[in-house]
Write a protein that binds this ligand. Structure first.
Ligand SMILES: NC(=O)c1ccc[n+]([C@@H]2O[C@H](COP(=O)([O-])OP(=O)(O)OC[C@H]3O[C@@H](n4cnc5c(N)ncnc54)[C@H](OP(=O)(O)O)[C@@H]3O)[C@@H](O)[C@H]2O)c1
Length: 357
């Protein structure tokens, strides 16, 4: 199969700090040794994308290209790449390339052709569409880091990963996911199930109860009830101490509520900087702020990515439900507005860069 590679492509630029989004022509990058060039068929939208724009963080220089995860077809290989070939359907984790807290714009998702390090590219099994595949990396990376890494910066609680013999190992132990319908929360529920936790309790809107129970939650708590009632709600479900609370939302309110409901020696996992104050800390209870980027945890990701295609093919890990936002790359700003306003519930927004007018 041959893939003609154009000299230029359409890409979505942020022209200046906190500035306008503009679709315009851009050169197609060439893969260096160890890299692949991917024709981006789908790019998923993440809260990080609007934060990067609105808060002017992570971007090293302007005009800037961003976008955290994508999926498409491999169209060219750099020297030494042998894990994928031209024509393969792959998903790309731009999260992997967040080296030194700087966005690698060559590898950004909001363009028609992107560069990816070959080691962070995963083949997409036939039962998963490229729209679905684009929604997988950030959520799978972050949830797995929370449960199965330890010691590296931004690591989690260091459970034995399922691919290292940890399937079912934590049977009979309760776990709480705050925000089980969020992108990361949905995958945290699925890994918790794979690890054997029970009961798996989650805080969601009741409209998402059937979604989260299909992913492994055994009990739901209405997230619109006052968080002051969280401990009572959990105690009605289990009398065992919670050793892990995965706070997939991580507002100040969810963090302190999740921390207070932990048992002795337990750990709260947060996705945003820790807001629990020193005077609120209790000896023996820990809080870890996760970094989902693959470059922070290379050994962990070698193990995960060796098994992820199988997990997706067999349905052990199901992707988030997706909604395709129309307009190709030009649809990104509207989609990010919806994310910013909290209007996305239980699914991810995806754009198709090749449909850009
Ligand atoms: N540290 C990292 O490496 C990392 C990685 C990925 C994401 N993040 C951050 O993690 C956060 C979540 O990202 P995401 O992509 O998973 O989010 P998302 O899918 O866009 O979040 C939307 C979901 O959040 C739920 N939600 C909102 N407020 C809630 C609350 N108070 N309690 C329970 N559920 C609530 C909603 O649930 P209902 O509709 O059921 O109400 C909705 O389904 C973002 O702030 C993101 O920037 C950090």
């Amino acid at each position: 199969m041959s893939h003609a590679i154009p000299a230029t492509q359409k890409a979505l630029f942020i022209e200046a700090p906190k500035g306008d989004w503009v679709v315009r022509s851009h050169s197609v990058p060439t893969p260096s040794a160890g890299e692949v060039l991917v024709r981006v068929e789908a790019a998923a939208l993440n809260p990080l994308d609007w934060k990067v724009h609105d808060w002017d963080i992570i971007i090293p220089e302007y005009p800037a290209l961003i976008g955290s995860e994508s999926a498409g077809i491999v169209v060219a290989l750099g020297d030494g790449v042998d894990n994928v070939k031209v024509g393969d359907r792959v998903q790309v984790t731009v999260f992997a390339t967040l080296h030194q807290a700087e966005m690698n714009t060559r590898a950004a998702a909001f363009q028609q052709y992107t560069i990816a390090p070959a080691s962070w590219v995963i083949k997409v099994p036939p039962n998963i569409s490229l729209d679905q595949a684009a929604s997988i990396p950030a959520a799978v990376n972050t949830a797995s880091v929370g449960l199965y890494t330890s010691q590296s910066p931004g690591a989690g609680v260091g459970l034995v990963a399922p691919w290292n013999g940890g399937s079912g190992k934590y049977a009979g132990q309760p776990l709480l996911v705050i925000g089980g319908s969020s992108a990361v929360g949905q995958v945290a529920l699925q890994f918790a199930k794979l690890s054997g936790f029970s009961p798996i309790i989650t805080l969601v809107s009741p409209s998402n109860n059937s979604l989260v129970t299909s992913l492994g939650a055994t009990h739901t708590i209405d997230r619109h009830q006052p968080l002051s009632t969280l401990a009572d709600s959990v105690n009605k479900i289990t009398s065992k101490p919670l050793t892990v609370v995965f706070d997939a939302i991580s507002t100040a309110e969810t963090q302190i509520s999740g921390y207070n409901v932990l048992g002795d020696g337990g750990t709260l996992l947060t996705l945003l900087p820790i807001t629990v104050k020193d005077e609120e800390r209790i000896p023996g209870k820990s809080i870890l702020n996760l970094q989902g980027g693959a470059s922070f945890h290379p050994e962990h990701f070698k193990g995960l990515y060796a098994h992820l295609s199988d997990y997706l093919e067999t349905g052990v890990v199901k992707p988030n439900r997706i909604e395709v936002n129309p307009g190709g790359l030009a649809g990104v700003p509207d989609g990010l507005d919806r994310l910013r306003m909290g209007q996305i519930s239980g699914h991810k927004l995806v754009v198709r860069p090749q449909e850009t007018a």
